[in-house]
Ligand binder design. Structure first.
Ligand code: ZN
Ligand code: ZN
Ligand code: FE
Length: 754
């Protein structure tokens, strides 16, 4: 390109997720298309682009840079400066220097792209039916990275030297596999094989054809996927599902499904536009959607539940499995209830040998496990329930830079987070730490994220609960510590993802969290910001007979709350007639193992059980979920505004009043649906009333909603609507879960001390 007076040369520095996602070839092709001379290179300060041309060319570049960027990239900032013109005539990619430390934002693992899917089913393509087809825009990333820089020798692809054809693609900037680290083919790449439960390889047909045949026969298969193993059965086969439930020790908890395509999904569930988009997104999460009547699925997939967890195929292997005789499969994480998902071939054969009859294995190692993510649409927005595969380790970008902090999360549904500059890296789902394997995985994840993002934390933030394994671990690290109250972390988590920095009212409705007074909190109205909080209102604390054990038997909680309201003259409650009440009453009276709780989750358990719902549960929150579903998405017209007891500057919500109102309705013969509608409606009215009292006192109009109870759609949607009608500014979670999977983000925010 000649130097003329019309020309200018600019240096652009692009930051964000712009490395390892096909960004340089994109820039190369864009610059050539526009007719620029110049160069593009990766540096530790971001991607540097030098472009020389006229004003129209520069304008076109600026526009297309944003609109045509590769799907896995995220541009956070572009800085531009004019530099002297050059004599270069071509546009080139400058290779990265081996030892320059490039701070890379690693992409999550994402679903196979449309281009690759087309090739997968094209008999003339050299990757026809190759189960590991991928390109710059799709495939594994985070789960195969052992170390940085993100380059093939530091991934589990290091065992597969590229064949000449793959190498040519890898080296050609105009190829859509340019620098695609997991690039591979039938000749040079990973392979699949099938074994029985002893690990003996099956001979004969193509392993995929045999797998489909075995599934059609009702067998249980363990199938190695992207972030771990799944246990898989035909979702139309009731017997196979019953056997899987028995093998997995999972009586009633719904199983997730994988279906062939969107059209097939719609025969099982009702999908709105947002749910369709979420299903088909590159993250390909499990979407919890409303079940349709008569969908020909086995009834034991989700007994007593009106929602199905459904996802689309996200690896080429999944597409191949669902391309023939089968169009819907049960796909559940391969583990015993709360253990982490299994990832290694030998480990799988050992741990899953009792559960699965056959194993479909492959030899591309998974370095870091990553469970399927789960999302749900509520109040018009897709919200994460479990933020894992496809999302982690994509950072949450903050407004300001700050110190590096490690947040170790809670105990159940644990995730950890590490911050660096203006980014928070929230880990994939780790699980319940009381489980030994999960705790090992916790430690490995902390170490792994520190290594691949080169983070040296200056501070560790932990929950105040002294018995949480994450707390105990934090205290052994020899770094400065900060303990954060559980519900303050919930509040901060919702604040930070909504860019709030001023005091807010936090309505935090939760299961369990260690309180400042050493009781169990969980039904809290807080006023606070990142620096601190005040507890303004909460449910009157009640004894939890048997502690944690009571959570599995909601009728005990119901009895405890009833005993508080009615004393020794307990009313006749049909739901309690068959229970042995005396030992529990004794426990409460003598205060034996009966910690006090203000938890909203426990109130739900109590009301559900007394209303005639679940007396004992088989999975977390089952009583509350079924009680909510009984209302059929209606609030009805009957409600009670619960009484507040006044203390020194704060309110407690009277449990006696709630119980008397409930019992009078049970006595008058109200059905479970009517009781559920009344209770949800009453909570909403009462919460708005309390929020209004706090607003009058504090002049604060901004509200954040957080805590696991807000996964209750009827309560959440009704409350958001009522708060908005009462002119509150309402902020909710949409990037991280409102359950404990999101508290590490709040801990980071508080630890960095905004
Ligand atoms: Zn692709
Ligand atoms: Zn190859
Ligand atoms: Fe919580």
């Amino acid at each position: 390109m000649l130097k003329t007076s019309k020309y200018t040369r600019r240096l652009l520095t692009v930051n964000g997720i712009v490395q390892g996602v096909g960004f340089r070839p994109f820039i190369y092709n864009l610059a050539k298309d526009i007719g620029f001379s110049g160069s593009v290179s990766n540096t530790s300060g971001g991607v540097k682009i030098k472009i020389q041309g006229d004003a129209a060319q520069h304008a076109e570049f600026d526009r297309r840079l944003r609109t045509e960027a590769p799907p896995l990239s995220t541009i956070i900032s572009v800085e531009a400066m004019d530099i002297p013109l050059s004599d270069d005539t071509e546009f080139i990619i400058i290779a990265s220097h081996g030892n320059s430390r490039i701070s890379t934002l690693i992409s999550p693992d994402v679903a196979v792209c449309e281009d690759c899917r087309q090739e997968l089913f094209d008999p003339h393509n050299r990757r026809y039916h190759y189960p590991f087809i991928n390109c710059t825009n799709c495939g594994p990333r985070y789960t195969i990275i052992e170390n940085i820089p993100y380059d093939r020798p530091f991934t589990s692809m290091k065992h597969f030297p590229l064949c000449p054809e793959c190498k040519a693609e890898y080296e050609n900037p105009e190829d859509r596999r340019f620098h695609a680290q997991p690039n591979a083919c039938q000749v040079c790449g990973p392979q699949i094989w099938l074994t029985d439960a002893t690990g003996t390889r099956l001979t004969g047909d193509d392993p995929l054809i045999q797998t489909v045949k075995l599934l059609t026969q009702g067998k249980i298969l363990a199938i190695k996927g992207l972030g771990g193993f799944h246990l898989v059965v035909d979702a139309r086969n009731e017997t196979a599902i019953a056997r899987l439930r028995k093998a997995k020790g999972r009586d009633e908890k719904p199983f997730a499904l994988m279906v062939r395509d969107l059209k097939t999904a719609e025969t099982f569930v009702q999908l709105n536009t947002q749910e369709q988009q979420a299903l088909a997104s590159i993250q390909a999460p499990i979407v919890l959607a409303s079940m349709k009547e008569g969908g020909q699925l086995a009834p034991n997939i989700a007994p007593g539940n009106d929602r199905l967890g459904i996802m689309l195929p996200y690896t080429p292997l999944h597409h191949l499995l669902l391309n023939g005789a089968l169009d819907v499969l049960v796909m559940t994480s391969a583990n015993f209830s709360e253990e982490p998902i299994c990832i290694d071939n030998d480990e799988a054969l050992e741990r899953l040998g009792e559960m699965a009859e056959y194993f479909l294995l492959h030899n591309r190692d998974i370095y870091l496990r990553s469970d399927d993510s789960v999302v749900m649409e509520m109040a018009g927005t897709i919200r994460p329930i479990r933020r894992s595969r496809g999302f982690a380790p994509r950072p949450i970008f903050l407004k300001h830079k700050g110190p590096s902090v490690l947040a170790v999360g809670g105990e159940l549904k644990n995730t950890i987070a590490l911050s660096k500059d203006d980014k928070v890296f929230l880990s994939q789902h780790i699980g319940d730490l009381e489980n030994l394997e999960a705790f090992e995985f916790f430690k490995m994840t902390v170490e792994h994220i520190q290594r691949i993002f080169e983070i040296e934390p200056e501070l560790i933030v932990h929950d105040l609960h002294p018995e949480y394994l994450s707390t105990k671990w934090a205290k052994e690290q020899g770094l400065p510590l900060l303990g954060v109250q559980h519900h303050h972390a919930h509040l901060a988590s919702c604040m930070i993802e909504n860019d709030l920095n001023e005091p807010v009212i936090g309505i935090i409705m939760d299961g369990t969290g260690y309180g400042l007074d050493e009781t169990i909190w969980g039904g809290e109205f807080l006023v606070g910001d990142l620096a601190g909080f005040e507890r303004k209102a909460y449910f009157e604390p009640m004894p939890l007979p048997g502690g944690e054990a009571a959570i599995k038997a909601p009728w005990r909680i119901g009895l405890s709350y009833l005993r508080h309201a009615f004393g020794v003259n307990l009313p006749d409650i049909p739901a309690l007639t068959d229970q042995d009440l005396a030992p529990i009453v004794q426990m409460i009276e003598r205060g034996i193992n009966s910690p006090l709780t203000s938890s909203c989750g426990r109130l739900f358990d109590a009301v559900a059980a007394l209303s005639g719902g679940r007396q004992e549960i088989r999975y977390e929150a089952q009583a509350a979920i079924e009680f909510m579903q009984a209302a059929h998405n209606e609030l009805g017209s009957d409600f009670t505004t619960f009484e507040l007891l006044q203390h020194h500057g704060y309110h407690t919500i009277s449990i006696s009043h709630i119980m008397h109102a409930l019992v009078s309705r049970i006595d008058s013969g109200k059905s479970i649906p009517a009781l559920s509608q009344w209770f949800h409606h009453s909570l909403i009215k009462s919460f708005v009333h309390i929020a209004d009292l706090i607003r009058q006192e504090t002049k604060i109009n901004k509200i954040v909603l957080s805590g696991g109870v807000f996964q209750n759609r009827l309560l959440f949607e009704g409350l958001v609507q009522s708060l908005v009608m009462a002119d509150f500014e309402v902020h909710t979670h949409h990037q991280v879960p409102s359950n404990d999977g999101g508290i590490a983000l709040g801990q980071i925010a508080i630890g960095r001390g905004f």
